[in-house]
Design a protein around this ligand. Structure first.
Ligand SMILES: Cc1cc2nc3c(=O)[nH]c(=O)nc-3n(C[C@H](O)[C@H](O)[C@H](O)COP(=O)(O)OP(=O)(O)OC[C@H]3O[C@@H](n4cnc5c(N)ncnc54)[C@H](O)[C@@H]3O)c2cc1C
Length: 314
């Protein structure tokens, strides 16, 4: 019979590590299970400028996450590298199964995060963080006075394009249809913005560059015409932002935990899901701002709720 932990935290991104820190400090027996590299999405981000206190030159997503990991471990959170494929959450003891092991806990905090839906063009992975981004809040100011291209046509794509105009010299929205899906009020603002241009009926085909994004081919889906977009020689590069939705890492909980139609987990303000003893924190849950600071806050709240549920003095 394997150990029954007070709490198992799924995912070692900012939400999971903050939950681990708070659970460990509360002397809860805590296990963090992570399937990939520590840090989740910020492990692929060179610069994190908007996490409070992250102001030292040369600091990066990985260095921030390294400190978060050390801090969680310092307070006793155990760690294991594994991928949870199946869960039984209804009983008092929750069971999490991977291909190689079975884990048990009285409480579970789901902090499995989300990932940006990829643009789907050739070379995309190679240029992530080197011109390609999925987060205007995070990366817009790296493109101060540069040219930027935005893929998408929904509310978030158009709103993010408008946000990017505060930084970029010119923003071109590349949309596969000949009209936007965004709300009319948002469209009106975008059409009135002199910095925004459009490539209609178009998809990005392939990205090129010498370590940074310098050119790309864009195909007109109606005519088949391919145009090549080159960086302004004075800039040497341009930005390409994909806003065609995010995908929560919640497949394993489908049919078990209440979610919205896109797979984001429903919680209350204290991170409780519909199942007693099961909490969700960070990007995997329904929320309005998906950032490191909000993920860490969710993780802290979830762990404190676990502690309170197990203490008789509350
Ligand atoms: C390119 C990029 C740049 C960004 N820049 C910034 C920025 O500058 N500032 C900012 O505040 N935010 C930024 N963000 C957003 C920020 O990274 C996220 O909001 C934050 O990481 C969410 O944390 P999380 O812990 O909820 O999820 P994640 O960071 O997604 O971590 C979830 C973890 O769970 C693991 N996991 C998933 N499923 C399982 C499973 N079944 N079993 C075990 N483990 C599992 C994953 O491997 C992952 O490590 C950026 C995001 C991206 C993609």
């Amino acid at each position: 019979m394997s150990k029954i932990y007070d709490v198992i935290i799924l995912g070692a991104g900012p939400a999971g590590l903050a939950a681990g820190l708070y659970a460990g400090r509360s002397r809860l027996s805590t296990l963090i299970i992570e399937k990939g590299q520590d840090g989740g999405q910020i492990a692929i981000t060179d610069e994190i400028e908007n996490y409070p206190g992250q102001i030292v030159d040369g600091e990066s997503g990985p260095s921030l996450i390294e400190r978060m990991t050390q801090q969680a471990e310092k307070f006793g959170a155990e760690r294991v590298s594994d991928t949870i494929k199946e869960v039984e959450l209804e009983g008092e003891v929750k069971i999490l199964k991977s291909e190689k092991a079975e884990y048990q806990a009285k409480n579970v905090i789901i902090a499995t995060g989300a990932h940006a839906r990829p643009i789907g063009c050739k070379g995309e992975r190679e240029f992530m963080g080197k011109g390609v981004s999925y987060c205007a809040t995070c990366d817009a100011n790296f493109f101060e006075d540069f040219e930027v291209y935005v893929v998408g046509g929904g509310d978030s794509a158009v709103e993010e394009a408008m946000y990017l105009t505060k930084f970029a010299r010119k923003v071109t929205i590349i949309h596969r249809r000949n009209e936007l899906r965004a709300a009319k009020s948002i469209q009106e603002k975008a059409f009135a913005n002199p910095k925004i241009e459009f490539f209609w009926d178009s998809v990005v085909e392939e990205l090129f560059g010498d370590d940074i994004l310098q050119s790309m081919t864009v195909k007109n889906v109606k005519t088949g015409e391919i145009r090549t977009v080159e960086a302004d020689p004075d800039d040497g590069m341009f930005g390409l932002f994909g806003f065609i939705g995010t995908v929560p890492n919640s497949d394993v909980f489908k049919g078990i935990i209440d979610m919205d139609e896109r797979g984001y987990i429903k919680t209350d303000a204290d991170m409780h899901t519909n199942i007693p003893g099961v909490y969700a924190a960070g990007d995997v849950r329904i929320k309005s701002l998906r950032q490191v600071v909000t993920a860490a806050a969710d993780g802290a709240i979830a762990a404190v709720q676990v502690e309170r549920s197990m203490s008789d003095y509350f």
